[in-house]
Design a protein around this ligand. Structure first.
Ligand SMILES: Cc1ncc(COP(=O)(O)O)c(C=O)c1O
Length: 393
């Protein structure tokens, strides 16, 4: 008897992460500069680590309340208000195991089998996986012709085409993989399309502290009653391994969402919640020096890519550059990326791994030190020069 035949049918449709497979492949190539990583290369600030040590020594080793400690939820509420003008009381905040669990909880809480979810692409692939697990239908909307942003026109057209089965829109700004983000006016215009329709907007704002060119804008300001906000400390405080995320929604919704959270994980670790409370309480500006460093890296990589003929929209947030392979080089992004890794010793993720609109692109993460970035750009220059010479010969 083949027991795998009897598993949840949704599992059959889920593919293992191609990004992870590529990243692992590249890590095994000696000397290969890795631009595939999706996490800060900085260490967690010392005052946060010390708070965790205190927490351990004070024996905070018991279950935390399911929705999170009072202190963390209160600090999160104040952080969101002070930094971005977002109004969530402590009762409207649920502490999750990273933004990842917050996304899962939001999707599972809303969807019934067959419901449709609009996901602008290129996108963070986890959304598609979670929607599929919930039995929903991901509706992928290619935004490559509109600067990698969903426009009110595109949203309106998609809603008309897909009909009343649409229950959710997932937006991520600043965005992985493109670094694109929205102004408040652009989000307000999307809110106008959604307002009054029985559709939830799930806004993944995990990169909110990494906006380079404009203050962080949010749909929560124009469509709070329909919005589920996802954020956390992973990227803002270089705390990916601590697994603390935040799920925020108006109180009646939050009470319902917390059921999935409670029955899935009970609560996140108490010690890491104490650390996150310190991060959001006394480390409100911890991201500033990291942001400045990321900005320099972004500008440097952009200048090299432009010189080499890669077409790149300047990313205004997160720590990714999404760049188009020049027309005179191999156009299949998967072939290009594997050849670049094998023979050029530079690893950048094929753009098509992030969905429609991503063919011919590469994603480069600049969450890696400047010295390594410079070495990688020199290797890329060499690789491109060699290929151009071969084409001309
Ligand atoms: C857009 C986006 N959302 C969520 C996450 C996951 O965040 P966390 O580590 O807090 O689960 C990532 C991680 O790369 C991401 O890029």
């Amino acid at each position: 008897m083949e027991m795998t035949n009897y598993l949840n049918k949704q599992l059959g449709g889920l593919k293992s992460s191609a990004i992870l497979a590529f990243s692992q492949y590249a890590q095994e190539i000696p000397g290969c500069v890795n631009f595939t990583l999706g996490e800060p290369d900085f260490n967690t600030p010392d005052h946060i680590k010390e708070a965790a040590i205190r927490s351990i020594n004070e024996n905070h080793s018991h279950y935390a309340p399911s929705n999170g400690t009072e202190e963390l939820r209160q600090n999160a509420s104040e952080f969101l208000a002070k930094k971005y003008g977002q109004q969530y009381s402590a009762d409207e905040v649920i502490v999750t195991a990273g933004a990842t669990e917050a996304i899962y909880t939001a999707v599972l809480s809303v969807l019934n089998p067959g419901d449709k979810v609009i996901i602008p692409t290129p996108t963070f692939p986890l959304y598609i996986a979670d929607v599929s697990l919930a039995g929903g239908q991901p509706i992928l909307v290619d935004t490559s012709a509109t600067n990698f942003k969903l426009t009110p026109e595109l949203l309106d057209q998609t809603l008309t085409k897909e009909g009343p089965q649409v229950k959710m829109l997932i937006l991520n700004y600043p965005g992985n993989p493109t670094g694109a983000t929205y102004s408040q006016a652009e989000l307000d215009a999307l809110a106008d399309v959604l307002r009054g329709k029985p559709i939830f907007a799930v806004c993944d704002e995990i990169y909110s502290e990494l906006n380079y060119d404009q203050p962080h804008a949010s749909l929560t300001k124009s469509l709070r009653e329909q919005t589920i906000l996802i954020t956390g400390v992973s990227k803002s405080h270089a705390m990916t391994g601590w697994r603390i995320g935040l799920l925020c929604a108006p109180q009646d919704l939050a009470a319902e969402l917390s059921k999935i959270h409670q029955f899935t994980i009970t609560s996140t670790a108490t010690v890491t919640q104490d650390a996150a409370a310190e991060a959001l309480g006394n480390g409100q500006d911890d991201a500033t020096p990291m942001r400045e460093e990321y900005r320099q890296r972004r500008d440097y990589i952009l200048s090299v890519l432009n010189e080499l003929g890669f077409q790149t929209a300047k990313p205004s947030g997160a720590f990714y550059i999404y760049t188009k392979i020049p027309a005179d080089l191999e156009q299949d992004d998967v072939k290009f990326a594997y050849d670049l890794a094998d023979n050029g010793h530079v690893a950048a993720v094929p753009g098509s791994y992030f969905g429609p609109g991503g063919a011919h692109y590469l994603r480069l993460s600049y969450a890696t030190g400047m010295a390594e970035i410079k070495r990688g750009m020199q290797l890329l220059e060499k690789y491109v020069a060699k290929h151009r010479a071969a084409v001309q010969a």
